[in-house]
Structure formats: C-alpha cells, structure tokens
Design a protein around this ligand. Structure first.
Ligand SMILES: Cc1cc2nc3c(=O)[nH]c(=O)nc-3n(C[C@H](O)[C@H](O)[C@H](O)COP(=O)(O)OP(=O)(O)OC[C@H]3O[C@@H](n4cnc5c(N)ncnc54)[C@H](O)[C@@H]3O)c2cc1C
Length: 442
C-alpha cells in the first residue's frame, strides 16, 4: 500500500468517528481493525445513553464535550440516518444522605450549560414516572438526555468514512511500530503501513498499542458491568431512570432503548472474564431492579450480557477521571481508556483528533466531504426472515453487501435476532444467506 497521511488503529465507535472526521480534511486515511467487523468491542456492550453533561466537573474536557456532543446529536443522527430518542432522564434519590450528591450534579449541570435541568420534589418525580417505588426524596430531571443504538451509530460513521475515501483494513491487527524519518511504520498481520500520523483508538488495548513504540505513562485496568434486556412488550418508564446510589458511582439505571426494549444496567465489579455475566451479578441486578421499579415484569427478560470498562491509571497509581488523550510524540495520538460518556462524545473526540492531525499536517479542508449516509431501507419484500423484528431477506442481503460477515454482523446492521426469540428462529436462515453470498450463489 502507498504511504498514507493517517492510520487509525481500532474500528470501535471512536476509531470510526476519527476516520470519518479525518476525511473532512484532505488527509488520506486507513482504518485498521483486528476483528472481521467494526464495533465488536466496548462499543457493542454499553448503556446506549446520550448523557446530558451534569456528571462531569465544570471546565473538564468530559463536561464540555458531553454538553456539546449531546446538543449535536439530532443533526448527527439525521446525517447518518440513525434513530435517536431524546427521551429525557430522572436521577432519583431515596435518602437524605445522597441528596448533596444530587444537588452537586445540578450545580455542575448548570455551570456546564445543560439545558432545561430541573430539581424535582419526590412527588413530582413519582408523577412523572409512576413505575418508581414510592418514597422518592428528590430528583434531577434532564430533558436533553437521549438514547441511541451505539453499534448502529458506529457502523454508520464507518460507512460514511469509507464513502468519503477512508480505506478499511479489517482482520488486520497492528503488532509492531517503528519511527521513520517521515512518520511511522506499522507492522500488521497483513501488509506494512507507512503513515505520517498514528491515531490510536484501540479501546481496551490502547495502552498496549502505544507501548509498541513508547513507554506507557497510563495503564488500563478493566472492570465490568452487567445488563438485562427486557422484551418490547414489558412495561417501562418513559424516561431513563438513574438511581443515585449511596456508594460512589452510579446505582442501577433503567433505559428505554430506541428499539423499544428496556435495558437495566448496574453492578460494577472486578472481572474475571471480559464480557461474561456472573450468577451473583445478575441476582443483584434483578433485586435492585425490583427495588427501584417494583412493577417490572422480570419474566420479560430476553437477554443478559456483560460489558468491560477500561479505567486509566497513571504509573503513580493515580486514577484519571477526565478523558485522557496522550500525545507521546509529534503525530501520535492515543485515546486512553475512554469510558462513559465516550458514546455521547464520539463525534467530538473524533473531531478533536482530526483537528489535531490537520494542524500537524497543515492539511486543507476536503471540499468533497459528504456527511450523509443512507440507512438500510425497510423493504416490502414478502420473504420475512426474522419473524420477531420483521426483517426481510432483501434487508439482510443489503447488510451482507455492506460488510456483515456473520449472523451477529447482520444483527448489528438490521436488528435481526433482537426480538423475543433472540435469533433462535432466524440465525440458521441468515447463516444460509451468508454462505450463499460467500460462495457467490447470490
Ligand atoms: C459498561 C459501559 C457502559 C457505557 N455506557 C455508555 C453510555 O451509556 N453512554 C456513553 O456516552 N458512553 C458509554 N460508555 C462508553 C462508550 O461505550 C465507550 O467510550 C466507547 O464504546 C469506546 O469505544 P472504543 O472505540 O474506544 O472501543 P472499542 O469499541 O473496544 O474499539 C476498539 C477497537 O480496537 C480494536 N483493536 C484493539 N487492538 C488492536 C490492534 N492491535 N490492531 C487493530 N485493532 C485493534 C479492537 O478490536 C476494537 O474493535 C460505556 C462504556 C462501558 C464499558
């Protein structure tokens, strides 16, 4: 391959948005992803919340990017044709002890410029969300909070980056790096890549990728979260409900997703196996969910899953709370341990990396950049493959044409297998279509 201006390592949501935004300039860009598809790492297992921006300290990068990222979501999702629901949120507390935390968040939110933020009495919160257990002490209402499907958004950014000329190199892991006179040489499991700028978006491995060339100043320690997904039929709150826990960190969260399911998240713990759930974690999740929303019908749970968070620590042991963007040498940028609210800020972080790269390279704006991406259209094809979600054969074939290489890749593009049967009725047929395409029969 000819030398390129920028090489993005990692095709999670952050790498996809970095590549998309780099193409706003005349910066030739490759995106290297070790898996056979994009958005299969942290991006596929998270809470899907577009945060309002009251959780972060005024003046912090997180605080500023979250409020700006949130405000830009309607336009972003229109450009990329991804569903977005600005459903709002209530953060509730049931005891006097945690009230000061709620007030602090209100103060931070006001200082950060979060629109429409309002403190509610317990009665107002219970009237707003009748499923809440009675006895709410106070609540913080944020109308700008929303939900979006994280992998759909990441895949849309990826497709738009490629449409604008970014070169995807999937199944290509970066295994080594050298400094050259004009930039960097990336050793990969495929061909060698010469580039002027490296943009390291390797998620859980970002510290190890940087370490291929520079001594680490930050280490990522992983911990986890567990989730329950309830069927669309289940009764659910109208807004996202956060429970202000007594311990630091958030308590349980109930998220009415854009697809219509209810997602329950909580319980962070040291993890033994990444992305795995545990019997004790799920038991605690069930108990806390019933405590906060006693009317929940947990027989409607159709799936559980585990998630992994990379927590950045300095070598001194100090934990880093703000977004950590390392720049160990000219033309080398690393996103280190970008956890919540990385989804909310994906476009902002990508834009920051693109601006830094453009300034370093002295690049011009790309006059041909087109921010628009077409979603896979719903079709009237009578051949329905996924009965639960009404996904047709032609929609599945379009997903495969756009790069889905597995049943899971198809799911993440058109939503097949996300209904009550969780793919038990359609996976076989989808695998058959993938086989036929692989063998050129379709
Ligand atoms: C439990 C949890 C809940 C969250 N909830 C929210 C939320 O509600 N709202 C919000 O705003 N944010 C949320 N976040 C944060 C958000 O999900 C993340 O910030 C974001 O998904 C991180 O994306 P990423 O691209 O860095 O990582 P990933 O999606 O993991 O992508 C990194 C990619 O790099 C690839 N890679 C690694 N090493 C190499 C290599 N050597 N060569 C090539 N490729 C490589 C990996 O295969 C992977 O695909 C949550 C995070 C967690 C963990």
């Amino acid at each position: 391959m000819k030398p390129v201006d920028a090489a993005v390592i990692g095709g999670g949501i952050l790498g996809c948005f970095a590549a998309r935004n780099l193409r706003r300039w005349s910066i030739s860009t490759v995106l290297l992803e070790q898996a056979e598809d994009v958005c299969t790492g942290i991006t596929r297992a998270n809470s899907a919340i577009v945060y309002p921006g009251y959780d972060n300290k005024p003046g912090s990068r997180k605080g500023e990017m979250t409020v700006r990222g949130n405000a830009g979501f309607d336009t972003l999702c229109q450009e990329l044709e991804v569903p977005f629901n600005r459903c709002g949120s209530v953060l509730v507390t049931y005891d006097g002890e945690t009230l000061p935390r709620l007030w602090k968040k209100w103060e931070q939110g006001v200082q950060n410029g979060v629109p429409g933020l309002r403190l509610l009495t317990g009665g107002e919160a219970e009237a707003m969300e009748p499923m809440l257990k009675p006895g709410v002490k106070a609540a913080l209402y944020a109308p700008s909070t929303g939900t979006v499907n994280p992998w759909q958004l990441g895949i849309a950014a990826f497709e738009n980056a490629v449409k604008n000329g970014a070169i995807p190199l999937l199944k290509t892991a970066v295994t080594g790096m050298e400094k050259t006179e004009s930039g960097y040489l990336l050793k990969t499991t495929g061909e060698d890549i010469f580039c002027k700028v490296v943009v390291n978006c390797a998620g859980l491995s970002a510290d190890r990728v940087q370490e291929l060339l520079f001594p680490p100043s930050v280490r990522l320690h992983w911990d986890g979260a567990e989730y329950l997904v309830l069927d669309k039929q289940a009764q659910k709150p109208g807004r996202i409900v956060f429970h202000q826990a007594q311990s630091c960190g958030k308590g349980i969260t109930a998220i009415p997703c854009v697809e219509g399911n209810l997602l329950i998240s909580g319980v962070r713990k040291p993890i033994a196996a990444p992305y795995a759930t545990t019997p004790e974690g799920l038991r605690a999740l069930y108990a806390q969910a019933m405590d906060l929303l006693p009317g929940l019908d947990l027989t409607q749970v159709i799936r559980s899953f585990g998630a992994v968070r990379p927590n950045p620590y300095r070598q001194t042991g100090e934990s880093i709370h703000d977004f950590c963007i390392e720049n160990p040498a000219p033309g080398f940028f690393s996103l280190m341990g970008i956890k919540t609210p990385g989804l909310t800020c994906a476009n902002e972080l990508g834009m920051y990396l693109a601006e830094q790269t453009a300034a370093y390279l002295g690049a011009e704006r790309n006059p041909d950049f087109d921010p628009h991406r077409n979603a896979i259209p719903k079709t009237e094809d009578p051949e329905i493959v996924c009965q639960c979600e009404g996904i047709t054969r032609s929609e599945i074939l379009e997903a495969i044409r756009r790069g889905a290489a597995t049943v899971d890749g198809v799911k993440r593009r058109v939503g097949s297998g996300m209904g009550a049967c969780q793919g038990s009725r359609c996976s076989f047929a989808i695998e058959g279509l993938l086989e036929e395409v692989r063998h050129g029969a379709l």
